[in-house]
Ligand binder design. Structure first.
Ligand code: FE2
Ligand code: FE2
Length: 377
């Protein structure tokens, strides 16, 4: 294979030309250049994947492979098997359900869940795209996150499609998180926990900054996406189980599949970061994170389910949050924050179809091919 020299593509940048440009004294004082042993050859040597790191790596970020994190590339390939657009799913029956079948309490649940999700997905897109991705120093990590950014935008399109189809007032629904304290509480908590990293160009050069970044990414992956989002679809799935809002619920099932991957990837990155940087989480900080997340979720459940709907209530929602939070903690390798929490909504995992979720990690997700309606077992 031919070795690429600088002067193959830009003669003005060659060492010889640069030496000539600084004067004849330097040029005449230098020994003759042996073209086979110049440090140009060292510069163009292939990367050593072991030099890659999650953050602050020194390996050339423009070279995808050899991989240090082949699992990240697998995430990217798997993510590309879950293609759909919201236009592929019929919402015709949903329009009828929304206008004629939902009770006021069910309408209240549906609209407020939608309001929460729309705001959250834009926040997720901005966090990954503007803050997290730039701090990654291995391209295979960034590649999956680029896909994730697209998927968050696709989720926003999905909610917008539902809002347009159902004739919901856009000005009101997108602004609702600023009006309803219980929704605002979750978004404000997320903004506060992500604020430290949601800034471009912030270096991770000391231990405090690395800890802060790891805690923020943990919150994002394990709480925001892994618990709040995962459990956040449940109230609408409860309607779907009674034959209501089935189109919207199917849209959310596609989104949930993406979110399962987002959470799993984020947790994997956090574990890798802890290992590489020899970091450990402060147990008190973890306790505070889980308690804050639970309190915000309880307030949210109390608002959206102030009047319970058939088959679903705020106690079920809160307990399922605790059960899912325990699962996320175990996946990170942490102590369960809510010991004894019960799986009160066993059908939720059926909605996400955990057997397929496991298949994701085994890179055999043939069920997720492009288009068509989902068939659930
Ligand atoms: Fe999303
Ligand atoms: Fe996500």
């Amino acid at each position: 294979m031919t070795t690429l020299k600088f002067d193959d593509w830009d003669t003005s940048a060659s060492p010889e030309n640069n030496a000539a440009s600084v004067g004849s004294t330097a040029q005449s004082a230098s020994p003759p250049v042996d073209k086979k042993t110049t440090d140009v050859d060292a510069v163009v040597a292939a990367i050593d994947p072991e030099q890659k790191r999650v953050v602050n790596g020194q390996a050339d970020i423009n070279q995808l492979a050899p991989f240090k994190y082949p699992w990240a590339w697998s995430f990217f390939l798997n993510a590309n098997r879950n293609h759909w657009t919201p236009l592929e799913i019929s919402m015709a029956q949903d329009v009828h359900d929304y206008q004629h079948k939902l009770t006021p309490a069910e309408c209240h649940v549906f609209e407020n869940v939608l309001a929460y999700l729309t705001t959250s997905d834009i926040l997720a897109m901005r966090n990954i795209g503007l803050a997290v991705m730039e701090k990654m120093s291995a391209p295979e990590l960034q590649i999956y996150q680029a896909r994730q950014v697209y998927e968050e935008a696709l989720h926003t399109w999905t909610y917008q499609h539902c809002i347009e189809t159902l004739g919901i007032d856009q000005r009101e629904i997108y602004n609702r998180y600023r009006v309803v304290p219980a929704i605002h509480g979750k978004i404000a908590l997320a903004n506060r926990r992500l604020h430290g990293v949601l800034q471009s160009g912030k270096p991770l050069t000391d231990r405090d900054a690395l800890h802060e970044f790891a805690m923020a990414y943990l919150f994002f992956a394990a709480v925001f996406e892994g618990s709040w989002f995962y459990n956040g679809f449940s109230p609408i799935f409860a309607l779907q189980r009674r034959g209501l809002m089935k189109g919207a619920a199917e849209q959310l099932q596609y989104i949930m599949r993406d979110e399962v991957l987002h959470c799993a990837f984020g947790i994997r990155v956090v574990r890798q970061l802890l290992e590489e940087e020899n970091l450990t989480f402060d147990p008190h900080a973890l306790r505070e994170m889980w308690d804050e997340a639970e309190a915000a979720e309880m307030a949210y459940a109390g608002y959206i389910l102030r009047d319970p709907i058939l088959g679903y209530n705020k106690q079920l929602h809160a307990e399922q949050f605790r059960f899912i939070a325990n699962r996320r903690a175990r996946q990170v390798g942490l102590t369960e924050p809510f010991p004894g929490a019960e799986n009160v909504l066993p059908w939720l995992d059926e909605q996400a179809n955990l057997r397929k979720e496991k298949n994701f990690f085994e890179t055999r997700v043939t069920e997720y091919q492009t288009g068509g309606s989902l068939v659930w077992e």
